[in-house]
Ligand binder design. Structure first.
Ligand SMILES: Nc1ncnc2c1ncn2[C@@H]1O[C@H](COP(=O)(O)OP(=O)(O)OP(=O)(O)O)[C@@H](O)[C@H]1O
Length: 372
């Protein structure tokens, strides 16, 4: 286990513009840390700088307590799993797994022991004499993982390792990678563009956009308190609905719905704001709800996801989405009553984009530790 620290790390290829700007973060020993963001935001570049496959143009990289900027990749004591697995096609699974140990001149008996151990852990024991072309995508992915683990490096880097797998296998491998990382206690730095993967796997997530860090935090903290509208709409599916609004007479005015009463003083001195609301925080407004809080909207699309229903509806000049648990018989063209309450919304500053107010989280369930 080792920590990895980036201090003001920057990267530009052949002069401006910078593709990575002033990244500051300390990744703790044994942590599962995720870099997530849209295509081209600089995730792979950061990972490759940590691996030593790309030079660092500014700032400092520390691995453990050692400044690593100018160390060769082989001197950094890291293992790496790439998107395309990068297996040697002419070598068997066994030889692929122990290739790095061979290079490091680990004795033969030790190589055999470690290979068998890791193969058993990943369900590869029956395939050790096969060539990669005779394996399925998931099995190849496991070989790449085995090759990274067998090195017993304290830090492992993964660049979109699951993107070539089908949805079911991807979900399975997510859990498997997470369990192995826990078991071995390695520090994991994992790149993905998939916010769901980031939410489900990471101890902490770093959200990037255009080479800049938007927010670093625990998945639920980011979900509940996104630092700005970019993070709010990137994390969560369907994304948070975000719209410009005005503040007047102690009410928030949003085009297409009735004014929302402001219940605290957080918005004093604001005239223009951005309001966000997660689809699951838009509620169905029953008849008992007073008229000034009921909004009748027109449904433009319905997606039934088993025990959840996603409803898209017109709002002002745009479209919003609501997500309700349970099964709802709603049709395109129906007019349905909704409530958007002050407690449910997020508010962002219009100029700085910073979060001013988060919704009240009412459905956080906490298990107390039980002694049996
Ligand atoms: N060798 C290179 N020369 C010039 N620009 C590059 C080079 N490699 C990457 N870039 C640019 O750097 C930026 C960040 O690329 P990077 O591959 O790190 O993004 P990413 O977030 O990993 O994207 P993706 O999810 O699509 O892999 C992009 O704008 C890309 O075009």
């Amino acid at each position: 286990m080792k920590k990895v620290e980036l201090r003001n790390v920057c990267k530009s290829y052949d002069g401006p513009p910078q593709v990575v700007t002033n990244v500051n973060v300390t990744i703790n020993p044994g942590e599962f840390f995720i870099l997530v963001g849209p295509s081209g935001c600089g995730k792979s570049t950061i990972l490759r700088m940590i691996a030593g496959l790309e030079s660092i143009t500014g700032g400092q990289l520390l691995i453990g307590d050692q400044v690593a900027n100018s160390l060769m990749p082989s001197e950094r004591n890291l293992s790496m799993v790439f998107q395309n697995y990068a297996l040697y096609p002419h070598l068997t699974v066994k030889d692929n797994i122990v290739f790095g140990l061979h290079v490091k001149k680990v004795p033969k008996e030790e190589r055999k022991r470690r290979c068998e151990e890791v193969a058993a852990m990943l369900g590869l024991s029956d395939y050790l004499n096969r060539k990669p072309r005779h394996l399925s995508g998931g099995q190849r992915q496991r070989v790449a993982l085995a090759r990274a683990i067998v090195n017993e490096s304290p830090v492992c880097l993964m660049d979109e390792p699951l993107s070539n797998l089908d949805a079911k296998l991807r979900a399975h491998m997510r859990a498997e990678i997470r369990q192995i990382q826990r078991k071995l206690g390695i520090t994991m730095i994992y790149v993905t563009h998939d916010q769901m993967e980031a939410m489900t796997m990471g101890d902490r997530i770093m959200v990037l956009n255009k080479g800049e860090v938007q927010q670093v935090g625990h998945p639920l903290d980011i979900y509940n308190h996104p630092a700005n509208p970019f993070v709010a709409t990137f994390i969560g599916s369907p994304p948070m609905n975000v719209v410009d609004a005005t503040v007047a007479h102690n009410q928030i005015h949003i085009e297409g719905i009735k004014p929302i009463d402001i219940m605290d003083s957080q918005l004093a001195n604001k005239e223009i704001i951005q309001v966000g609301i997660r689809p699951e925080h838009i509620s169905f407004a029953s008849k008992e709800i007073e008229d000034k809080r009921r909004n009748i909207v027109e449904v433009v699309n319905v997606e039934v996801l088993g025990n959840e229903t996603v409803i898209a509806f017109k709002l002002g000049a745009g479209e919003w989405m609501a997500k309700w648990s349970g099964q709802w018989r709603v049709q395109i063209g129906d007019r349905i009553p909704l409530e958007i309450s002050y407690d449910a919304i997020s508010v962002f500053d219009k100029e700085s984009n910073e979060l001013i107010k988060s919704p009240k989280v009412s459905d956080l369930h906490v298990f107390e530790h039980e002694v049996i």
